[in-house]
Write a protein that binds this ligand. Structure first.
Ligand code: ADP
Ligand code: MG
Length: 239
């Protein structure tokens, strides 16, 4: 589905990550964990071309992404959910979810509304259609953001610490929605420190630190018996 070869990103002369070789198969769920500053967010942002890599290659569905690639089309197919929701405050839940299909896909408004209502119901927000973000809880806002990503019918979804900004009692409702998306077969890359989610959902865990992939493997093995001191130290800090 997506693959990187020697992907490297620097801001000026400061390296964020170097020579990342990463691959996700269709339908696979990959969890990325690692300390703050490891380069996880920047890496995800490179995958859907919100950020340009300094060097290296990205292949999407087998095709190299080049300056000629239609990046808008790529971003349509790769949905992203952010830590801080990034909803438009002046739009209702329904309008937030309709916006992509109407503006980007030029979809008929009535059809976009039906699709948006459908996805908002799927994330358990059928009763919040006309609420503004400020009238919603953190968990509800994040579920609107997930519905918004789903409404574009992406082929791949990237989640960047989707529960890190939430009060503890709202984390599970968001993880439950993500679990359902996973069960429906979506290809997913999830940056999260929710270890029980990773154990239950991930096919593979990647441990990123200091701008590189330090360990990679089966989630149960990684969390039960990490192979490197760096990973052990990190896991002690989050468990
Ligand atoms: P993580 O998500 O793992 O915490 P990030 O990808 O957010 O890591 O950041 C990795 C490093 O890149 C950090 O040191 C951060 O300060 C730096 N960084 C991120 N974005 C920028 C930017 N736009 N300009 C300069 N440095 C940045
Ligand atoms: Mg981050």
């Amino acid at each position: 589905m997506i693959k990187t070869v020697n992907l490297t990103k620097r801001f000026g002369s400061v390296p964020v990550f170097e020579n990342i070789n990463f691959e996700v198969q269709k339908g696979e769920k990959v969890v990325i964990v690692g300390p703050s500053g490891a380069g996880k967010s920047t890496f995800l942002r490179c995958l859907n071309a919100l950020e340009l890599p300094t060097s290296g290659e990205i292949y999407y569905e087998g095709r190299l992404i080049t300056p000629k690639t239609n990046l808008n089309k790529l971003r349509e197919e790769i949905g992203m959910v952010f830590q801080h929701f990034n909803l438009f405050p002046h739009l209702t839940a329904l309008q937030n979810v309709m916006l992509g299909p109407v503006v980007v896909k030029k979809m008929d408004k009535n059809l976009a509304r039906d699709i948006a209502v459908n996805y908002l119901k799927k994330v358990g927000l059928g009763h919040r259609l006309n609420h503004y973000p400020k009238e919603l809880s953190g968990g509800e806002k994040q579920r609107v953001a997930i519905a918004r990503a789903l409404a574009m019918e992406p082929k791949l979804m990237l989640f960047d610490e989707p529960t890190s900004a939430l009060d503890i009692e709202m984390i599970q409702e968001v993880l439950d929605v993500m679990k359902e998306i996973a069960e429906n077969g979506m290809t997913m890359v999830v940056v999260t420190h929710e270890i029980s989610f990773a154990k239950e959902v991930a096919d593979r865990v990647i441990f990123m630190a200091d701008g590189r992939i330090v360990e990679e493997g089966n989630p149960l093995e990684f969390f039960e018996s990490p192979q490197t001191d760096r990973a052990r130290k990190f896991l002690r800090s989050v468990l």
